[in-house]
Design a protein around this ligand. Sequence first.
Ligand code: NAI
Length: 446
Amino acid sequence: MTDKYTEFVSRGAGRDIARKLGLPQPVVLRRYAPGRPLVEGPVLVQGSGTGADELASILLSWRLDVRRHAVPREKLGAIILVLDGLARPEDLEKPVLGAAASLRDLAPNARVVIISRSAAGAPDPAVAAARQGVDGLLRSLAKELRAGATGNGILLTAAAGTTSPGTLGALQFFLSGRSAFVDGQFLTVTSGLGQLPDDAGTPLAGKVAVVTGAARGIGAAIARTLYRDGARLVVVDVPAAGGDLAKVANEVHGTALQLDISREDAGQRIIGHAVERHGRLDIVVHNAGITRDKLLVNMGQDRWNAVIAVNLAAQLRINAALLASVHFRSSPRIVSVASTSGIAGNRGQANYAASKAGVIGMVRATAPLLAAHGGSINAVAPGFIETAMTARMPFATREVARRLNSLQQGGEPGDVAEAIAFLASDAAGGISGEVLRVCGQNLVGA
Ligand code: NAI
């Protein structure tokens, strides 16, 4: 599904018309492609303390064009603001207003990343207040950025510092085109685990990944992205989608497993297939999902049960099998697809929202269980994504839904896939139990 409006207003006369009429002015986003630089333009690292200094020297080792002080009127590819030593709200002013002066120098599609400490576990109320203040600051700042620029945050915990692998992994993700449709979001680094890849082009080399619901839509995009990143694939879908599934399997040089994931033995079937055909199993992406929308007042048992069975109960059962298996013990990674409906709610989707909120609860509670094997589990919550499903929406509803976010456009299936590929990689090994929204900072429930 193409967004003709975004193409029209991205250049020349279209841009002028949109500006004069005060219409939304989305731009074509900078997306990842192998070989592209991490950031286009100089990176300004601000913030006092050793954290900012250490980070700046790591960025230099990544061959980025690093600045510690703004150069007047120089166009910036990114601003990184390190606020890891906040002790009271008054500490915010100097670094925040210092960095604010450089915001007007951001190039189109630039990045702002704030690195600070999680307020949970703060030693006293003043520290917690200062740390929590960053949340409102970042979310507002992201809403003020224009021309495809995004703002995101990394929260450090007691177990992680500015140079922990998870912090650096999250920083690379937020700086790169992989996070094009992630805006106004935080990732918490929950442990010192994880490892940056030897080869940034193939971070999943040597891994075997299973993707459910991979015959079409977002699932097919996930399979393609994991393949591009070096993984070997098992693609799963219902037997009725066998033809399309075979095509995706061929495209990604993987194997197809026709399976209804709500079957009792789905977990065993998945593990058996991966081990038999590929010798191992490292990553499981729970993407298969269904909608059966109806206002709650008219909701029957069928719609309620079908959605809970596929979207939530199946994932729980498969995870139980994975946790019990000796074949899923070497830094195993699970990524579940939730939805912004599960966070903000959605009229006519009480069953779907309950299932997707349930996925978020499941992910949080499963994280400690996987930690025992050095593993991680996270969820990605997509907002409005341009798929066959959203193409079927009535024109006016679709136009409103796709513009109601800070980037004023819908995301692509590939945007969801990029977030999943990152969370499935060892670079994200220090991040677990988290929910990452891929929604362009949707204004509903943001
Ligand atoms: P889709 O309907 O195009 O694809 C879903 C795939 O899952 C289909 O190939 C289907 O056959 C498969 N599937 C359904 N039930 C299954 C079962 N019992 N066993 C095995 N496979 C099964 O959906 P789309 O849009 O690609 O969505 C993928 C995921 O993203 C879903 O979990 C959905 O809830 C979620 N999502 C999608 C959004 C969007 O804007 N399209 C927004 C938020 C979340």
